[in-house]
Every structure is written in C-alpha cells, then in structure tokens.
Design a protein around this ligand. Sequence first.
Ligand SMILES: C[S@@+](CC[C@H](N)C(=O)[O-])C[C@H]1O[C@@H](n2cnc3c(N)ncnc32)[C@H](O)[C@@H]1O
Ligand code: SF4
Ligand code: SF4
Length: 299
Amino acid sequence: MHSLFLVLSTKCKEECPHCFYNVEPSRKYNEDLDVENLIRIFSNLRERNIEFYYLTGGEPLDHPDIFNLVRSITNIGAAPILLTNIHRPSESDLENLVNSGLAAMVVSLGRLTSAPILNRIEAELDSIVQRKAMLAKYFPDSISSILVITAFLAPYLSKILQRLKSIGLDTVIQPAFVPHTLRKDSMVSPFDISNEEWTVLMEEISNYSADTGLTYYPDYWNYLRDASGNAPKICRMGSDSAVIQPDGSIHACFHRPDLSAGNILHHDVDDVFNIMSGLAKRCHDARCFGDHCISMFLE
Ligand SMILES: C[S@@+](CC[C@H](N)C(=O)[O-])C[C@H]1O[C@@H](n2cnc3c(N)ncnc32)[C@H](O)[C@@H]1O
Ligand code: SF4
Ligand code: SF4
C-alpha cells in the first residue's frame, strides 16, 4: 500500500453546498480522529513503507493535533500531504506547516464551485489569485488544486481553467459526486445538465484529458451521464490506498463503509492489513464505479 487517507474530522465551517458531507449528512462522524493514539502505532505503519499520508476531512486544519501529526509523519520518513480549502490556512498555519515538514498542499476551490453567476465567479477567481500568491510564499513548488464541477459551473469551465493555468495553479477537475437518489433534487450534479450544455462541457473535459494525459477521462464522464462511455476496469482502492475514518475504522474506499477492515486504533495492525488485502479484491474490478468516484485509483 503506498498511501493512506486520514479523515481527521468531518466537521468544517466552510459549508460548501456540494460537499459530500453536506449532500449526504449521514456520512458525517460525531468524533474526531484520536491522533495521539494513531501516532502510537506509527512504528508498525513505518514497516509497511506507506509513502504518502493525505490529511483530509472536513477541515483538517481545525484539528488541534494537526501540526503534531504532520511532524510525526515526517519523522517516520513518509510524506504528509494536506487537503484543505484554499481560503483556510492563515500565515501562522503556513509557518507551522513548513516547520512541521509538510510535503505538499492540495487546495480545494469550494467557494468557486458555489459561485453560480459570472461576476461572482470572476470575483472569486481574483481572490484565488491572491490566496495562491500567499500560499506560494511558503510552498513554492508544492501546491495543486481540486475543482469540483457542478451543474452551474459547467458553462464557465473553460474561462476558469484558463485563469487558473495563467497563475500556474495545477488543477484536477472532478464532477460533484451526488448519489442517484438525491441527484435531481440537489441541482448540483453536472450529469443532469441539458444535451447542449453537456456538449460544451465535454469539449472542455476532452481538452483537459489531452492536456493531462488522462485519456480515459471523457469515457468515464460519458459513462456516468448515460452509460455511453466505458467504465474503468480496475480500481486500486484497498490495495494501493485505504481510508482511516475519524473513529479509527479503516475502509478500503471512502464510498464503501461496508468494506471495513476493523479499527486501526483498537485492533492488531497486521490483522487489519491482512483483512484489507481481502477487501481489495472486492474493489479491484471497479464494479461499484458509479455514483461516487472518478479517482486516481481507477484505470
Ligand atoms: C471533503 S474535502 C476535505 C478537505 C478540505 N476541507 C478541502 O476542501 O479540501 C476533500 C476533497 O473533496 C472534494 N469534494 C467535496 N465534496 C465533493 C463532492 N460532492 N464531489 C466531489 N468532490 C468533492 C473537495 O473539493 C476536496 O477537494
Ligand atoms: S471546505 Fe472541504 S470539507 Fe469543508 S465544506 Fe468545503 S469541501 Fe467540505
Ligand atoms: S470503484 Fe469507486 S466506489 Fe468502488 S471501490 Fe473504487 S473508488 Fe470506491
């Protein structure tokens, strides 16, 4: 396994309407991750040669032990990577993150995603330009971003990507995941737009796929809209990566709470990883690709 996602908490003050914890509040956890106890098992994790620890949430910067966690991951020779909203880190957070050894930061652009009209989008882009300049003072070579595409953002995608490219902010785009049962009501999913809007959006997705080398990407989007493209054949969740939830339970995938290998804080770590190898087989042929995922673990 080369990476672990640590969900430090599912709480967040930003309240992005498309956030999967707001779209589906039943995914939230009451507790926050017991970081002190997690650090106690780091010597076992070190032996597993996990290279990357993605710190996520909710908002991981609101967890009181975040800097201690970053330092502890660095101390076992692995790379801590923070997933945070671009508006969240203050100058003092950034200083502490640098001093703790943070390897990279992946910023989400949630306020942009929830700015449904052109002049609000333009104002938000201006604010992102300023925030990016501040973050780059501390992490000049290690900031990238994630832009979630919703139905109302789709028509402006070309303009937005051009602007982000002009400030050198590498951006991964992914559709807002909204389960089928909630799709039409939420008005958020980019798979519910008109055929005309879809054609325009797919031109942009094709350009993005050519630029990034993700040649399979348009197929997945078409598959998710109306099953006209090919679905991925392989998913590496559970084998390349797993997710530790705020209560310490460890799942093969964010979206499969049924694939739990036990609790990393309470069970024997070797047993947990043995169970995980079995669960990985259930992710491997990507049969559950659908409502939730276009991820880097799919091929
Ligand atoms: C849940 S957030 C947690 C970390 C941090 N608060 C942030 O916004 O980056 C992790 C990532 O999930 C993305 N995300 C949230 N809701 C999503 C959804 N419904 N569909 C796809 N991605 C989503 C965010 O854009 C972010 O990149
Ligand atoms: S900042 Fe992140 S966790 Fe918070 S609401 Fe937005 S996407 Fe969700
Ligand atoms: S196909 Fe999607 S939902 Fe299924 S295990 Fe892989 S990432 Fe998770």
